[in-house]
Design a protein around this ligand. Structure first.
Ligand code: SAM
Length: 128
């Protein structure tokens, strides 16, 4: 398990009732850590444009999906439609659009924030 992901999740100070959206969840490592911090009323939704990654993340977090806590959706930040769902915390780690066009990525992401919601972003190059 990566310290990078653990530190990032810790920095968001997630509370039990938070509604959390992750963009580009990859294998769903952060998902597991986030779900551990959520209680009744909390919710975690992930989107990733890769069907393969969504399948892997869903499998890794099968118990949380069955418990109704977590949901994994194949879509991309640019076109995703989550209806009227809004989130207290939205985050993205190593999702390239936040590096190549940060303003656009930010404006696409903040649409899903609830009032007083927070956006957390990290972009660093994975080591070779
Ligand atoms: C480098 S991986 C990072 C995975 C994980 N967040 C991490 O930090 O280990 C980037 C992931 O974001 C997804 N992704 C990239 N651009 C995306 C976009 N515009 N919308 C949704 N998912 C995206 C990719 O499919 C991939 O699973």
């Amino acid at each position: 398990l990566s310290d990078r992901i653990g530190r990032f999740v810790e920095s968001m100070a997630i509370g039990p009732g938070d509604r959390v959206l992750e963009i580009g969840c990859g294998h769903g490592v952060a998902a597991s850590l986030v779900c551990e911090l959520l209680g009744r009323g909390g919710r975690y939704v992930a989107v990733d444009r890769s069907a393969k990654m969504i399948a892997a993340a869903r499998k890794r977090n099968e118990a949380q999906v069955r418990a109704g806590l977590a949901q994994f959706i194949q879509s991309d930040l640019e076109t995703m439609d989550l209806g009227d769902a809004r989130f207290d915390k939205v985050f993205a780690m190593r999702v390239r659009l936040f590096f190549t066009d940060p303003e656009r990525a930010r404006s696409l992401a903040v649409r899903w924030l609830a009032p007083r919601g927070q956006l957390f972003v990290e972009y660093d190059e994975p080591s070779p």
